[in-house]
Design a protein around this ligand. Structure first.
Ligand code: CP
Ligand code: NVA
Length: 308
């Protein structure tokens, strides 16, 4: 049966294996072992992007090439999807040509509909609920920098958005404590918070939702933030920029973190909003390692989903 990656929950039981595989593939690439990686020779990947993307698009496309396969970038503007063909019919047709579909969607319901109708694996490249591929790369980055997850405290400060939802599930899965500080009304998704709490109980970690950024950042090993206005929320920009102001990651806030904390951001960053230049450009920042690791993580995800 085909396996999708729509939510972090889908990858829960193999998350550590996928992270380890990504680290191994990175190591092999650094050693110059290119041929060994060509395990998806003659395989094809369709990538539908309803929203803009730099990292996700390029890393999936390069990942597929490095694995010996081919990736097709598809914009709904150029597809019949943009003229009213249903996502269900699109899923059925693409499944006859390609070995997996990567999809960046505005609406989670569309993601589910594509997955229900595709007979090949569907990979969520971000929707309004989750961004699982990002979190696989983030956890890989944390493992590289800190060696293990257990006992670490991750502080997520800002909007309880797609990245926050997946990060909360991912942290709980690997047994890392996560504190999410958001303004009232902008907490992570309630249903996913319930699931994350259950997973955290099993893994012996904690999920704490607070409105106090200092409580979240106090003695944190990792400080993570994301944009205050996600793609598709542009109409709310003015209101959001006001509400989120006390949640900026700046020098004052990170004084409460451990001295050797690492700063993370999925990028793109809106410098001067959710984070100041001096923090994102500081020695504590690992944002470009995170971005690089998207490539290695995508390779591990593709190998696991397409080969098996
Ligand atoms: N972090 C991330 O998904 O970036 P892109 O929107 O550039 O793909
Ligand atoms: N939360 C952001 C993440 C971008 C990678 C958005 O959805 O726009």
């Amino acid at each position: 049966m085909k396996k999708d990656l729509i939510s972090m929950v889908d990858i829960k039981d193999e998350l550590q294996d996928v992270i380890n595989l990504a680290m191994e593939m990175k190591h092999r690439q650094q050693m110059g072992e290119r041929e060994v990686q060509a395990v998806l020779k003659n395989r094809n990947l369709a990538m539908i992007f309803e929203k803009p993307s730099t990292r996700t698009r390029v890393s999936f496309e390069v990942a597929m090439t490095q694995l010996g396969g081919h990736a097709l970038y598809l914009s709904p503007r150029d597809m019949q999807l943009g003229r009213g063909e249903t996502i269900a019919d699109t899923a059925k047709v693409l499944s006859r040509y390609v070995d997996a579909i990567v999809y960046r969607a505005y609406k989670h319901e569309m993601m589910l509909e594509l997955a229900e109708n595709a007979t090949v694996p569907v990979i969520n490249a971000l929707d309004d609920l989750e961004h699982p591929c990002q979190i696989v790369a983030d956890l890989m980055t944390i493992k590289e920098k800190r060696g293990e997850f257990f006992g670490l405290k991750l502080a997520y400060v800002g909007d309880g958005n797609n990245v926050a939802n997946s990060l909360m599930l991912g942290a709980a899965t690997v047994g890392m404590n996560i504190y999410l500080a958001t303004p009232e009304g902008y907490e992570p998704n309630q249903e996913l918070t319930g699931i994350a709490n259950k997973i955290a109980n099993e893994s012996g970690s904690k999920v704490v939702i607070t409105h106090d950024p200092i409580e979240a950042v106090r003695d944190a090993d990792i400080v993570y933030t994301d944009v205050w206005v996600s793609m598709g929320e542009e109409a709310e920009a003015e209101k959001r920029l006001k509400i989120f102001k006390p949640y900026q990651v700046n020098r004052e806030l990170v004084k409460h973190a451990k001295q050797n904390f690492i700063f993370m951001h999925c990028l793109p960053a809106h410098r001067g909003q959710e984070v100041t230049d001096e923090i994102i450009d500081s020695r504590n920042s690992v944002v470009f390692d995170q971005a690089e690791n998207r490539l290695h993580a995508q390779k591990a995800i593709l190998v696991r989903l397409i080969q098996h």
